[in-house]
Design a binder for this molecule. Structure first.
Ligand SMILES: *Cc1c(COP(=O)(O)O)cnc(C)c1O
Length: 387
């Protein structure tokens, strides 16, 4: 097979997902590549490997597949999504300003506030669904614009092409955290983003058994910075985790199709048949950015956020009665999970800030898995009925 990462792009998504991760097989014919559990490589080998912190065949196979599925020229893999975030922010310098969407992943917020602030990198948070924010962008002279879409946990959908245009007019590159959508559902680089960051831990791997992250780009300069950060900051993944994510990616499309279908059915049930105050799902016509979602996403992905309008104790009691939704952080696995953002994923965000961006005590986030959807619905129905 060709080692040119672009060569496979003429083929379909599923074909690339399954075939691009096979290489280095000439001596054995192995259909599934092994895990290269080696810290170092003999000097002068034909593929130029030297030390696993700066490269390993498992990284290379994963990057080739991720870049292709993301529609990007390059991908650099990292030990986690947070390592990927660290790699990007490490390219900034003291005095730089990042303009970010206000409903940002909790650990990204914490990294900026508790680590990078000490190094002089500051962040201005804006609501990117408000057109005034796009107009105000240039006035902050950003070094980087940082968004997620859909956002966590409010599932705001941001118009990536429009934000890319505004960022570029302000002279700044745009980073999109594409974790919630996955490469199957949305491709930020094709919509004009400069960097697409993915926590591969979630949908890409899909089985909740490994951690990894990646940064994808078409820019050789950004790619060189990411490769440098991987080795210089020690942000590399483990070969075994790369192997697991490479395997997970082979079924990304069929898993996402089921996540899309199950989550839509689940969201429709919550909206029609329960007394929920608000149900958020990008592909529900009631979603405020439904039209944008339809335009830039292939399906609504698997996360549904709902506000049952109950107090903290009642909300937690309801979650405790569910039997098919373990209460756990993370998302995007084949199994369903539920999460209480205010006390879990966003506990590191100060309460006033949380409430200001709509993360109330009554908010619940479901990661809808690929189980039989009627069973998921029955479980929620029973847990609501007992209250
Ligand atoms: C989980 C997550 C991350 C961080 O990824 P890890 O692999 O857990 O380090 C970043 N962004 C989003 C949107 C996430 O959901």
């Amino acid at each position: 097979m060709s080692s040119d990462p672009h060569a496979g792009n003429v083929r379909g998504f599923e074909t690339r997902a399954i075939h691009l991760g096979r290489d280095f097989v000439s001596d054995t014919g192995a259909v599934t590549p092994p895990v290269w559990l080696t810290s170092t490589f003999e000097y002068g080998n034909p593929n130029g490997f030297d030390y696993t912190r700066s490269g390993n065949p498992n990284f290379r196979l994963l990057d080739r597949t991720v870049a292709s599925l993301e529609g990007a020229a390059f991908s650099t893999c990292f030990g986690s999504g947070v390592s990927a975030i660290t790699a990007v922010v490490s390219t900034l310098k003291s005095g730089d300003v990042v303009v970010a969407e206000e409903n940002l992943y909790g650990c990204t917020f914490r990294l900026f506030a508790q680590v990078f602030a000490k190094f002089g990198v500051s962040v201005v948070y804006l609501d990117f669904t408000d057109p005034a924010s796009l107009e105000a962008l240039a006035s902050h002279t950003p070094a980087l614009v940082w968004i997620e879409s859909p956002t966590n946990p409010n599932l705001k959908v941001l118009d990536i092409a429009a934000v890319a245009e505004a960022a570029h007019a302000a002279g700044a590159p745009l980073l999109v955290d594409n974790t919630f959508a996955s490469s199957y559902v949305q491709r930020p680089i094709e919509l004009g983003a400069d960097l697409s960051l993915i926590s591969l831990t979630k949908y890409a791997n899909g089985h909740s058994d490994a951690l990894a992250g990646a940064v994808c780009t078409n820019s050789e300069e950004w790619n060189a910075k990411m490769i440098f950060a991987q080795k210089a900051l020690g942000l590399q993944p483990a070969p075994m985790d790369c192997w697991l994510v490479s395997r997970g990616l082979k079924t990304l499309s069929i898993r996402m199709e089921r996540h899309n279908a199950n989550a839509l059915t689940f969201a429709e049930f919550l909206e029609r048949e329960t007394d929920a105050v608000a149900v958020r799902y990008p592909f529900l016509p009631s979603h405020p950015q439904y039209e944008i979602a339809k335009r830039q996403m292939r399906g609504g992905s698997g996360i549904v956020t709902v506000d049952f309008g109950r107090n903290l104790a009642e909300t937690q009691a309801f979650l405790g009665r569910l039997t098919l939704f373990p209460k756990a952080e993370s998302l995007g696995g084949v199994e369903s999970l539920c999460c209480h953002p205010a006390s879990m994923t966003h506990a590191s965000v100060p309460k006033e800030r949380r409430e200001a961006v709509g993360i109330t005590d009554s908010l619940v986030r479901f990661s809808v898995g690929i189980e039989t959807v009627e069973d998921l619905i029955a479980d929620v129905r029973a847990a609501l009925a007992k209250s």
